[in-house]
Design a protein around this ligand. Structure first.
Ligand SMILES: [Zn+2]
Length: 92
């Protein structure tokens, strides 16, 4: 597993984890309300993505916040705005 160069504080990780958990729960609630199959499929994909990040931050907190394109650190400000971000600002 890759590790971030700039370490994130335990408090930051804890905070991000609760934010992502809320996003997962919210997504699950929304999914129950959707009846359109296409929309349901899209929402399921989003939910899977959120759950993957939640797994990562829970099991490998040191690997959270790494850009999937350049393997660099994702900016802390960006993670604060989007806890489930997969790429850094340069790679958007
Ligand atoms: Zn990047």
């Amino acid at each position: 597993m890759k590790k971030r160069k700039e370490k994130l504080s335990d408090d930051f990780i804890k905070n991000q984890k609760s934010k992502i958990l809320l996003m997962v729960q919210d997504c699950e609630k929304q999914l129950e309300l959707i009846s359109d199959p296409k929309e349901k499929q899209n929402q399921t994909q989003i939910l899977n993505h959120f759950q993957k990040i939640l797994d990562l931050i829970s099991n490998y907190p040191k690997s959270y916040g790494i850009c999937v394109r350049c393997n660099g650190d994702i900016e802390i400000q960006r993670l604060e705005a989007i806890p489930t971000a997969m790429v850094c600002k340069k790679c958007i």
